[in-house]
Design a binder for this molecule. Structure first.
Ligand SMILES: *Cc1c(COP(=O)(O)O)cnc(C)c1O
Length: 354
């Protein structure tokens, strides 16, 4: 596990890496290590995977949701700044679908207000903004290795930071709060049974770490294949009206986590679901993607949130279609997916004209 941690720290260009049992565990540990608790607020995107909000609940704090930008699908720094109060203890920034657009501005807001930025980089391993790697913008960042991610350990996550004290607190807290100062063999097995603080069992096993090490050594080739798939999709789809393909800003190197297109606004979520159903009937594994997090019942009911509170996230989430994205996808298969998608969209339009 030490070797996997070292290789990840090196990959991101930071000093410390702490392997944990999942991305969510890493996010939760960081909030705890930063002292976030009841009465505190943490700003987080409305459009993301639910874990980037659940971790705040785990810490006992209140998630403050921010709507997304309609192009990048990430939060806008000015919208985040507008929600900062004296209770704000952290900002969680997410590179949605592996896109780092806006992270520099978010880091600047975090520095200006002296509120730590936690980068939920779980979808962004290998991506860059100029020369800056995803995972290097926040006070600390978290990667995840669930099987749908760019590399996998089955289950797993990694905290990355330059802050040694923060990393040491996470090392202790992933291991029941044990005192880790007298380490002998490995980072997860302290020789003493002294406990310094409340902790959890958020350890990564050596078996998982061994898998991570071999996966990470293939990252460049995985990235190359995934970006070839994405480029082919963009080439085939960008001329289709009614379809919004991902926008990649000139200084962005995407980490292609998924390839998600959006139908334009005349299409409803029912049209979208019908189109996905049609693709599936042709053996194409398309799917919709993130619903807006604030409308999940545990957030909606607890914080009295309503449809319409996050209009961009809601509108986007009703019209997304995630197309098949994996390393072995061939050019012919991609063309077939695109043609079928076009056909299903035409069929949906005809229905409207009836
Ligand atoms: C995958 C993911 C996570 C963490 O997932 P785990 O299943 O806990 O490893 C967190 N945030 C985002 C945005 C993700 O995509």
């Amino acid at each position: 596990m030490d070797a996997f941690e070292e290789m990840m720290a090196e990959e991101i260009g930071r000093n410390e890496a702490v392997a944990v049992s999942s991305g969510t565990a890493g996010l939760h540990l960081l909030l705890e290590a930063l002292g976030v608790g009841p009465g505190d607020e943490v700003i987080t995107p409305a459009f993301s995977f639910v874990a980037s909000a659940n971790c705040i609940e785990h810490a006992g704090a209140k998630p403050i949701f921010v709507d997304c930008d309609p192009i990048s699908l990430n939060v806008r720094a000015e919208d985040v700044e507008a929600r900062i109060t004296e209770r704000t203890k952290a900002i969680i920034g997410v590179e949605v679908f592996g896109n780092p657009t806006g992270m520099r501005e978010l880091a600047a807001i975090s520095a200006k207000h002296e509120i730590p930025l936690i980068e939920d980089a779980c979808e962004g391993l290998g991506g860059r903004l100029g020369n800056d790697r995803i995972g290097s913008f926040g006070r600390a960042s978290v990667f995840a290795f669930y099987p749908n991610k760019q590399i996998t350990t089955g289950e797993g996550g990694m905290i990355i930071t330059d802050d040694t004290r923060l990393a040491d607190a996470c090392r202790s807290m992933r291991n029941h709060g044990r005192n880790m100062s007298n380490r002998v063999s490995s980072a997860t097995t302290g020789t003493r049974l002294d406990v310094d603080r409340l902790g959890w069992n958020y350890r990564m096993s050596e078996l998982h770490a061994a898998l991570g090490l071999s996966q990470l050594s293939r990252l460049d080739s995985i990235m190359e294949h995934r970006s070839r798939v994405a480029d082919t999709y963009t080439r085939e789809l960008s001329s289709m009206s009614d379809l919004i393909v991902p926008t990649v800003e000139p200084d962005v190197t995407m980490s292609w986590f998924v390839y998600v297109v959006r139908l334009s606004t005349p299409y409803t979520s029912e049209d979208r679901d019908e189109i996905i159903e049609g693709l599936r009937r042709h053996d194409i594994g398309a799917a919709h993607y993130f619903p807006a997090i604030p409308l999940f019942p545990h957030f909606r009911d607890k914080y009295d949130l309503k449809p319409g509170d996050f209009p961009v996230a809601e509108s986007v989430s009703q019209r997304t279609i995630a197309l098949p994205m994996f390393v072995g996808l061939t050019e012919v298969e991609i063309k077939l997916v695109c043609q079928t998608l076009g056909l299903m969209m035409t069929r949906s339009r005809f229905r409207h004209e009836d």
